[in-house]
Design a protein around this ligand. Structure first.
Ligand code: UDP
Length: 360
């Protein structure tokens, strides 16, 4: 049995630690932050509302295996996320659907009418390479400008045309009335929150967790295996230069005198304000406490790395680091930061489950 160091106690690290511990390995988990659960960390604020310190984390997956795996560590609360975008003074569904078109253009389209509308306004693009191509190809220039261009500029500090197709392709276009943000088979929130789920994952006799601890030079050579879940460029001392990551600043606020401020979990502001969106946490948790707590997300170039920036040149730089990573025979690089992938939580879990197969 091996001695294994896991760097990072977010989804990638916690899943790897749990799987390896269950195989009988001795696992030490370190994280530079003072808490587990990475960016999925949730906690009760001083008003008793369960909030996500690093912005809204909504679990959804089509992966039965992934859902069943996490179900060992948590009960679930059924929750389908809905998002409205404030556009031209109205709050309308995003992803853009039939309701969005009817509200925005004062129409009464049925599904076939909505399909015909998109067909009329869309700008066919081929090949589809950038996020601008994706959006113009499905909804044309006006809806692109109303819903996507401003939001994307705020979120990424770049134009849609400067981002790979995958970014905007996260958001579908619909001709029906389905106003759910996701359509995955499994849409649930951990019933007692993410942090409790992580505590349960890491609660194993073979696992020790040390918080507020950096990866040291000695650690790098002291273990049979390392699972590294931090930024890959940092691991290699930025030897090829920095990989861009986008950051966010979170403005949390408690409103004592209202039980609910917005109709749905998240309202997006594509065109006004410096923040991209406001999330009201009670929608996510179903809590019935008095007052309500919200968070505004302000995108930032500097700060903790939250999003890899999907662009061909960044991918090329990542591949240089990956070539170095491939030579590190006893180090696994797993997760959003180590694999430089705009992964959702379930995809990180899937990547971690796959990665640990490499360690017997
Ligand atoms: N997006 C947009 N307008 C919206 C929602 C999303 O332009 O109202 C674009 C934007 O570029 C955003 C991307 O689609 O970064 C992905 O959105 P998602 O909600 O999946 O972002 P996340 O929750 O990962 O921050």
């Amino acid at each position: 049995m091996s001695e294994i160091l896991v760097v990072g106690a977010g989804f990638a690290g916690a899943v790897c630690a749990e799987r390896l511990a269950s195989k009988g390995h001795t696992v030490r988990v370190i994280d530079r932050r003072p808490h587990i659960a990475g960016n999925a960390y949730d906690e009760y604020d001083e008003h008793g509302v369960l909030i996500h310190r690093y912005g809204p984390h909504i679990f959804h997956t089509n992966g039965k295996r992934i859902f069943e795996y996490l179900s060992r560590f948590t009960d679930w609360r059924f929750y389908e996320h809905r998002v409205l975008a404030e556009v031209r003074g109205q709050q309308v569904p995003i992803p853009i659907n039939r309701t969005t078109l009817n509200a925005l253009y004062d129409l009464d389209l049925d599904e076939a009418g909505a399909a015909a509308f998109f067909e009329k306004v869309r700008t066919p693009r081929s090949p589809i390479q950038t996020s601008e191509d994706v959006v113009l190809n499905s909804v044309g220039p006006e809806l692109c400008d109303l819903f996507f261009r401003g939001y994307t500029r705020k979120q990424w500090g770049r134009d849609l045309s400067e981002l790979s197709a995958g970014v905007a392709a996260r958001i579908p276009t619909r001709t029906n009335d389905d106003d759910r943000y996701f359509t995955d088979t499994f849409q649930f929130m951990p019933a007692a929150g993410y942090t409790v789920m992580f505590q349960n994952m890491l609660d194993h006799p073979n696992i020790t967790v040390e918080l507020g601890v950096e990866l040291s030079a000695q650690d790098r050579s002291a273990y049979d295996h390392i699972v590294y879940t931090g930024p890959i460029d940092e691991y290699f001392g930025y030897c090829f230069g920095r990989l861009p990551y986008r950051s966010l600043n979170f403005e949390h606020q408690h409103l004592p005198d209202v039980d609910q401020v917005q109709k749905v979990g998240t309202v997006n502001y594509p065109n006004e304000h410096d923040y991209t969106r406001i999330t009201e946490f009670k929608h996510l948790s179903g809590q019935k406490v008095a007052g309500t707590s919200i968070v505004r997300e302000y995108p930032a170039a500097e700060g903790d790395p939250y999003y890899p920036v999907p662009r061909p040149e960044n991918e090329a730089l990542f591949q240089q680091y990956r070539a170095l990573a491939d030579k590190e025979s006893n180090v696994l690089f797993v997760g959003r930061l180590a694999q430089y992938r705009y992964y959702n939580m379930d995809q990180v879990v899937g990547a971690a489950l796959a990665a640990v197969e490499d360690i017997a």
